[in-house]
Design a protein around this ligand. Structure first.
Ligand SMILES: Cc1cc2nc3c(=O)[nH]c(=O)nc-3n(C[C@H](O)[C@H](O)[C@H](O)COP(=O)(O)OP(=O)(O)OC[C@H]3O[C@@H](n4cnc5c(N)ncnc54)[C@H](O)[C@@H]3O)c2cc1C
Length: 493
């Protein structure tokens, strides 16, 4: 007898493999792992295919910005990430201009969490697996074909797998994006930077003096302690090479001598990598049953530390919508709101990194603009605007006309039972009702209802989507029902 969990392909495609999975995700970086977890909250059958046999060891990121920390709180992961990270002030990330964050940033989690990328990758992958996602390593997606019923994914070794949807979370050189033929216009890399961790052969004081002197004019150079006896070395390269090739220790030594006049006796590297400053945005985030998220959809220079944050937030936006599609209650246009909402956010991040890169230039013109902006950031509103951009708490999706809060994420406010975000762990919608008069009726299988007159909220009631964004504000039941239909489909009978 057929496995009841296996969907058969149509008779016309009898030679196709069965649709064992609802969603295959290509790539188990932070975006893929977050998406897998979000889909599992809604019982979608998820397989993550990861090209590499081992997780990456290189340490890239500055850390999680405020909105990503909020997402961790919304899914019950905050304590775990806090255990592994270091809280730092939230300010000072726009073009590395040293300004403290403005007072009263609108978040209960108003800090930066310094956490190495391998650690956050691991925590998210562990979370996805704990929720029931399957992860297969050493499996590179090499072919994609879609039809009315699903997607056939071919691996590099020729194995074929079927699913209803495929999401390419396979990084900046995304095979899925290329196989779809989706354009990735933008600017190629103009500069390249070497980055690695290694030991040094000279005293710390000698390094510090040289680094301080050169860092005044060259903002893409540093050598700083990164653990016991190990230094993080970042040094620019003249020209752009084939980035597929990892750099050698000799590359580091040569560049250090060119920039600093000494190679600090570097030896015993832990890891070495290179990165460019290409800026590109996918033309489309969806082609039929195949979607793109994270670096597969957008790349930009690492200035401001936004790439991982942006990808994880893509996954958070897409997860519940794709799950709704799979469970069969998604309103017709819901899945397309993923591109409509997230592509403009990525375009904005690309633009702010372009601006930041200009401000990092040692040329006199950009340096003058940098000095002017540094002065302007003394105005609270300017500083606040920039930090809300970098931390992604300023995002407002276009969900229609209404009060300013509509379309924005709601901060982690106090409610009778504790904190709002504790009520969002299951990834469901939530009606936060200060009137106590409303009901979620036939949507109660998808939307929770919290009647709480004490909630610290400047509105009678709000309807929150599973990603914590405000989909409706009001106090009228009919109006609420209309909006429940708009976001959560037809009520159960
Ligand atoms: C130097 C540097 C510093 C950075 N600092 C920050 C920072 O401070 N903050 C921040 O938010 N971001 C930062 N970033 C950006 C961040 O590292 C990326 O944006 C982030 O890793 C993107 O996550 P992703 O999951 O979309 O893609 P990736 O992390 O690239 O993951 C993609 C995964 O897909 C796999 N894969 C590739 N091809 C295939 C295939 N064909 N089949 C199956 N699997 C495949 C890869 O092996 C990989 O595991 C930095 C980047 C660099 C280079």
């Amino acid at each position: 007898m057929d496995d009841p969990g296996v969907l058969r392909s149509p008779a016309s495609g009898a030679d196709r493999a069965p649709l064992v999975f609802d969603v295959i995700i290509a790539g188990c970086g932070p975006t893929g792992a977050m998406l897998a977890a979000e889909l599992r909250l809604h019982d979608a059958r998820v397989l993550v295919l990861e090209k590499d046999t081992e997780p990456p060891s290189f340490v890239r990121i500055v850390g999680l910005h405020v909105r990503s920390i909020e997402l961790m709180a919304m899914r019950g992961l905050l304590e775990r990430v806090l255990e592994h990270g270091r809280q730092r002030p939230a300010g000072g990330f726009f073009a590395a201009i040293a300004k403290p964050a403005p007072e009263g940033l609108d978040s209960a989690h108003a800090y930066l969490l310094g956490i190495p990328q391998p650690v956050i990758n691991h925590l998210l992958e562990e979370h996805a697996i704990a929720l029931g996602a399957q992860v297969r390593r050493g499996c590179a997606v090499a072919g994609v074909e879609q039809d009315d019923e699903g997607v056939t994914v071919e691996l590099a070794d020729g194995e074929q797998l079927r699913s209803r949807y495929l999401v390419g979370c396979d990084g900046g050189r995304s095979a899925v994006r290329k196989l779809l033929g989706v354009g990735f216009p933008g600017e190629p890399s103009q500069t390249e930077t070497l980055m690695g961790e290694m030991e040094v052969g000279v005293p710390q004081e000698e390094i510090a003096a040289t680094v301080t002197e050169i860092g005044e004019t060259n903002r893409r150079f540093w050598v700083r302690p990164a653990g016991v006896g190990v230094y993080q070395v970042v040094v620019p390269v003249a020209g752009v090479s084939d980035r597929a090739e990892p750099p050698t220790l000799e590359d580091f030594r040569r560049q250090l001598r060119t920039i600093a006049g000494t190679d600090f006796g570097v030896h015993s590297p832990r890891w070495m990598s290179r990165f460019g400053d290409a800026t590109r945005l996918a033309d489309r985030y969806r082609v039929g049953r195949v979607l793109l998220a994270g670096d597969a959809a957008h790349i930009h220079p690492p200035i401001g530390g936004q790439g991982l944050n942006l990808g994880v937030q893509d996954a958070f936006n897409l997860g519940w919508k794709l799950a709704a599609q799979i469970r069969g209650w998604a309103p017709e246009t819901l899945l397309d709101t993923y591109q409509a909402e997230r592509r403009p956010v990525a375009a904005d991040v690309l633009d702010n990194t372009r601006a930041q890169m200009e401000l990092m230039s040692p040329e006199p013109g950009p340096q003058a603009v940098r000095r002017l902006l540094t002065e302007l950031m003394d105005f609270d509103e300017v500083n606040r605007y920039l930090i809300e951009k970098i931390t992604a708490i300023g995002i407002r999706y276009d969900v229609g006309d209404g009060p300013d809060l509509l379309g924005r994420r709601l901060r982690d406010i106090d409610v009778e039972e504790g904190h709002l975000y504790q009520l969002l762990h299951r990834g469901r919608g939530l009606l936060l009702d200060r009137t106590g008069r409303l009901t979620v009726g036939g949507w109660s299988d998808r939307v929770d209802h919290l009647a709480d007159p004490t909630a610290v909220l400047d509105a009678p009631c709000v309807l929150l989507r599973p990603d914590g964004h405000v989909a409706w504000i009001g106090d009228d039941q009919q109006d609420l029902d209309d909006h429940l239909s708009r976001w959560f489909g037809e009520p159960a009978t």
